[in-house]
Write a protein that binds this ligand. Structure first.
Ligand code: PEP
Length: 253
């Protein structure tokens, strides 16, 4: 059975004291509750160790938002997957559209990062998604298939089974313009079919596929009601407990 996950992506927001307060606030809000989904927060590298030490990591998983494409050594300013894992983080967000667009992360670089993340026991939350021009040209299925194939299809089935996917149409990220639940469901079902053709029905069925793009308290329930939408990767609305909790509660019956 695949997991439902609600994951926050704080991006380059919050100082360490602000991030700690946010994480502790979420930890407090979840006390005594058993959400019907796993909860993850993706924080800047500088916050990972302090946050992992300050919260109940059996209830809230901690994610880095990136890791290096090298194992170790003379790569000034980089943070390796081993370093991320040593903080207590259990996840790493890879292939976010902002990293692909602004930091020129190619499919090949991402393939290497995924391998290093897995080798260090981290669960990659691997982001895929088309830009507006691709959706308007009707090439969105092809684009997303290409992103999956080029970075993940050389994984063994066992390693592929450890990946979480996040479909994030780039035109919906930070724009307030959410994909409709039907658009999300259509793409997620397509992705599952692509995975089934490569890895078989069981692995495809077990793969958690998150939706990301202006998900919020108002639209989360409708999105996660779709059979192939297993949760969300949330940017803006993960930056306050008040906005994030109702998204977690979208899985409540
Ligand atoms: C994201 O950055 O992954 C994201 C989905 O952002 P937002 O929720 O702000 O659109």
């Amino acid at each position: 059975m695949r997991k439902n996950i609600i994951a926050g992506n704080w991006k380059m927001n919050t100082t360490l004291p602000e991030g700690l307060a946010l994480a502790k606030g979420l930890n407090e809000a979840l006390k005594g509750k058993t959400p019907n989904c796993d909860v993850v927060i993706g924080t800047p590298f500088t916050h990972l160790a302090s946050i992992a030490a300050a919260i109940d990591t059996t209830k809230i998983g901690v994610a880095a938002e990136n890791c290096a494409d090298q194992e170790k050594g003379a790569y000034t300013g980089e943070v390796s997957a081993a370093m991320v894992a040593s903080t207590g983080a259990k996840y790493v967000i890879l292939g976010h559209s902002e990293r692909r667009a602004y930091y020129h992360e190619t499919a090949e670089i991402l393939k290497t990062k995924v391998g290093l993340a897995l080798a260090n026991g981290l669960t990659p939350i691997f982001c895929i998604g088309e830009v507006l021009e691709e959706r308007e040209a009707g090439t969105h299925f092809e684009v997303v298939d290409g992103q999956i194939k080029d970075s993940l299809f050389e994984l063994s089935p066992a390693d592929f089974g450890k990946i979480v996917l996040a479909y994030e149409p780039v035109w919906a990220i930070g724009t307030g313009k959410t994909a409709t639940s039907d658009q999300a469901e259509e793409m997620h079902a397509h992705i599952r079919a692509t995975l089934a053709a490569k890895f078989g029905n069981q692995l495809a069925d077990d793969c958690t596929i998150l939706y990301g793009g202006s998900m919020n308290a108002g639209n989360a329930k409708e999105l996660v009601s779709k059979p192939n939408v297993d949760g969300g990767l949330i940017g803006g609305a993960s930056l306050s407990v008040e906005n994030f909790m109702p998204i977690i509660e979208a899985f409540d019956k």
